[in-house]
Design a binder for this molecule. Structure first.
Ligand SMILES: [Mg+2]
Length: 146
């Protein structure tokens, strides 16, 4: 599975939608397409770790991602624990019996603690670009990104 952040990953610094009608407005179509390609290539499902998960149920989030053009399966959201994001991801992995080699994190943050080896950092200036896509695919394929 792919632990997915939104701000700085599916939207870039300075992006402003013409109208804001929720999460869907804040996902750039070009970046949604690239993410969808990666999900198709790897067969990975999505677990949302973004702050956008707060106050929205799973079906609402599925509808938003789908409306934004993301072709993938949202299977869950990480728990809100108030600590570091990687600790929330780790908590979800423990609760769902997920091993580290089957997951990848994409985020524009920096610290992923003990999960750093499975972390692909997106620059918020570029978001989910080709380099990020290649790095994620490489990790899922069990190879080291070049
Ligand atoms: Mg972010």
């Amino acid at each position: 599975m792919l632990f997915l952040d939104v701000d700085g990953v599916l939207n870039r610094t300075g992006y402003r939608p013409a109208t804001s009608v929720g999460l869907r407005s804040w996902i750039e179509p070009e970046l949604a397409r690239r993410l969808s390609d990666v999900l198709r290539t790897t067969g990975a499902a999505i677990v949302l770790s973004s702050d956008w998960r707060r106050g929205r149920d799973l079906q609402q989030l599925r509808d938003e991602l789908s409306a934004a053009g993301i072709d993938g399966t949202l299977i869950g959201v990480t728990p809100v624990l108030g600590g570091a994001r990687w600790q929330e991801i780790e908590a979800w992995m423990i609760a769902n019996d997920v091993s580290v080699e089957t997951m990848v994190i994409v985020d524009d943050g920096y610290d992923m603690g003990s999960l750093a080896a499975r972390f692909v950092r997106a620059s918020p200036l570029n978001g989910f670009d080709e380099e990020v896509a290649r790095a994620i695919i490489s990790l899922f394929e069990g190879t080291r990104p070049s």
